[in-house]
Design a protein around this ligand. Structure first.
Ligand code: SF4
Length: 297
């Protein structure tokens, strides 16, 4: 059953806009299904990268760990269950077309979808008050789910959900560098990965945000995690990936040749006196899924 929502309230008190109610309920259903898809099935590019890592791994302990991860992925998909006990908190990226007109409160509907998905799938209730640690019980709360809105031209709405577990998020880092220290960025990445060790469940994907501001760099780093793992890497990304894999931390921190599957960097212009750098670490469970609403363009 669709949970009570703003749009339902609006329907009841507006004299019966049935199509609007149905549209809103369908939207909530679709987003809850999107969350389910992200939780039980990794994108093909991520699975392929893990398969490739397993095929080239010579360290037998790391190889068996990669085989266990691949088996885990298969079981989750076949039995329609979350691939990890930490089902994360829900991060959404929404590209909202300026001509897309939902007619209902999108944020409230996304929130209702998280409540529905938490109950149905089910998801571990992870969202707590940061200070008193009281758990809302449904993965929502103040500022959660986290929805990043971007206005784009057109009549469509694209929503991507990226459930983020704590193990990898906790080992992420941000530093405000001196503007002359661009040459130190690679060492900052290595230092962060060494400090993380096996805690964030490698093999990792590293999203790196360079420039912007304190908060923009962190957002760029998180967006970089959504890049396909088979997308071509530029010279700096390749150099950082090779240096990270030369550390020998390996799958689950047990050694081996693949500590990271990919490195993706996003940049933005920044103040002449600043050089913010953020590293968002993602574990092997690089979960995300997207859906597009609205008219074809
Ligand atoms: S770091 Fe990733 S794989 Fe490890 S427990 Fe957290 S969500 Fe699961």
């Amino acid at each position: 059953m669709i949970p009570p929502s703003y749009c339902f309230y609006y329907f009841i008190h507006s004299g019966g806009l049935l199509s609007l109610k149905i549209r809103c309920e369908n939207f909530i259903r679709s987003i809850a299904d999107l969350i389910r898809k992200a939780e039980i099935e990794l994108p093909d590019d991520v699975v392929n990268a893990l398969r490739k890592a397993e095929s080239i791994e010579e360290n037998q302990v790391a190889k068996s760990q990669l085989q266990a991860i691949l088996k885990n992925i298969e079981i989750a998909k076949n039995h329609a269950v979350p691939m990890c006990q930490d089902t994360g908190i829900m991060i959404f990226f929404a590209e909202l077309g300026t001509e897309f007109q939902p007619g209902f409160d999108l944020e409230a509907a996304v929130r209702d979808a998280v409540v529905l998905a938490t109950r149905e799938i089910p998801l571990r209730p992870n969202a707590v008050d940061p200070l008193n640690r009281n758990n809302s019980g449904n993965n929502t709360g103040s500022g959660i789910p986290d929805i990043h809105w971007k206005l784009v031209p057109g009549k469509q709405l694209k929503i991507t959900v990226s459930p983020k577990g704590a193990g990898s998020e906790n080992m992420s880092a941000l530093r405000m560098f001196n503007p002359t220290e661009a040459g130190s960025i690679k060492n900052f990445v290595l230092e962060t990965v060494i400090n993380a060790g096996g805690m964030p469940c490698p093999p990792l994907t590293l999203g790196i945000g360079i420039g912007g501001s304190f908060d923009k760099a962190a957002r760029l780093a998180k967006e970089a995690l959504l890049e396909p793992l088979d997308a071509p890497m530029n010279e700096l990304e390749q150099e950082v990936l090779e240096a990270v894999n030369a550390l020998g931390i390996g799958c689950m921190g047990l050694g081996g040749s693949t500590t990271a599957l990919a490195v993706h960097i996003k940049t933005a212009h920044c103040h002449t006196a600043s050089l913010p750098v953020a590293i968002n670490i993602q574990c092997w469970a690089n979960r995300h899924a997207s859906i597009v609403f609205g008219e074809e363009e």
